[in-house]
Design a protein around this ligand. Structure first.
Ligand SMILES: C[S@@+](CC[C@H](N)C(=O)[O-])C[C@H]1O[C@@H](n2cnc3c(N)ncnc32)[C@H](O)[C@@H]1O
Length: 298
């Protein structure tokens, strides 16, 4: 089963940003991993679909390693990301193996496309299927939720991270340009997102929310919970680099939806040699939220 994505995004090129986001999410997502793993049987199988740089699988590996161990299967359509995820999950798993092998976590990597109808046969049935921010990159999101659900064993848990609140990291008044730049950049990103969805061949609208999608996929006990990601200013050392990278990315793919004045402000903020370089600010922060929608396969 080979992989490719349908969204015209060069995911390998986003490796550094995904890795940095994983590091900044770590506290919040460790708590999410702990909560999801807590209800699983001993030595469970977890499948991480669209695993990206593998941050969440590394948290699962640490949780399983501190319990009775288990199997984690990583699936992604981008070889470079899958490789990085495998490395991250293996190094987290290795930390916890006891000398008697208790807590051993086996990591497997599968290059695969979530739109492939054979997906459920290419990976083992799971006690927990995790799919974070990948389903919205598929043409038929409802069908993709069904495909994710089909990977779960009967009685298995399905957890989908979708929606939530976008990260904010900039003060409202930056001292240059019109205040409120970040609000307008997020609005530009929302416009880009519409175009991204429209650009997927055969895109099917899904005019309802994720809980409804889980219901329609036949899951029971459908419920959602949130995880806050918050690094108050000045935040960890890596934050400034992350903000520079994020701003650059937003400019690259959503800049077409900004006014010329806002674009000029963004360019000034990204100028490493200028007095307004955003990476030199001491008032950056990170605030956002993830929503995790869960259901159980009957
Ligand atoms: C936004 S990233 C999310 C990564 C990670 N799950 C996270 O939450 O940080 C989307 C990921 O989905 C993968 N992806 C996109 N379309 C896919 C498809 N059709 N099949 C499998 N993986 C896909 C990309 O390669 C990328 O790793």
């Amino acid at each position: 089963m080979s992989g490719h994505t349908h969204d015209h995004i060069d995911w390998a090129d986003r490796l550094a940003l995904l890795r940095a986001a994983d590091a900044l999410d770590a506290v919040a997502m460790t708590a999410v991993a702990r909560r999801l793993v807590a209800g699983l049987p001993p030595r469970p199988t977890i499948v991480d679909l669209g695993c990206g740089a593998g941050g969440m699988s590394a948290h699962f590996a640490r949780e399983l390693g501190s319990l009775s161990g288990g199997v984690i299967v990583l699936v992604d359509a981008t070889p470079a990301l899958l490789e990085e995820a495998e490395r991250a999950a293996n190094s987290a798993a290795d930390l916890h193996v006891a000398s008697d092998g208790r807590g051993s976590v086996e990591i497997r990597a599968v290059l695969g496309d979530l739109a492939d109808t054979g997906l459920a046969h290419a990976v083992p049935s799971a006690d927990l299927v995790w799919a974070s921010h990948v389903v919205h990159h598929l043409a038929d999101q409802q069908a993709a939720v069904g495909a994710v659900a089909a990977v779960a064993k009967p009685g298995g848990l399905v957890a989908l991270a979708e929606g939530g609140l976008d990260f904010r990291c900039l003060p409202w008044d930056l001292g240059i340009g019109r205040p409120g730049l970040e609000n307008r950049m997020l609005a530009a990103q929302a416009e880009w997102f519409i175009g991204m969805r429209e650009g997927i061949d055969g895109a099917v609208p899904m005019p309802y929310g994720w809980s409804t999608a889980l219901d329609r996929a036949g899951l029971t006990e459908v419920d959602s919970f949130g995880a806050l990601v918050h690094h108050p200013s000045p935040g960890p050392e890596s934050l400034a680099d992350y903000v520079v990278n994020r701003l650059g990315r937003l400019r690259e793919f959503a800049g077409g939806h900004l006014t010329a004045d806002d674009l000029a402000t963004v360019d000034t903020l990204l100028d490493r040699t200028g007095p307004h370089f955003v990476g030199a600010r001491q008032d950056l922060y990170l605030l956002g939220a993830k929503t995790i929608h869960c259901g159980r396969r009957p």
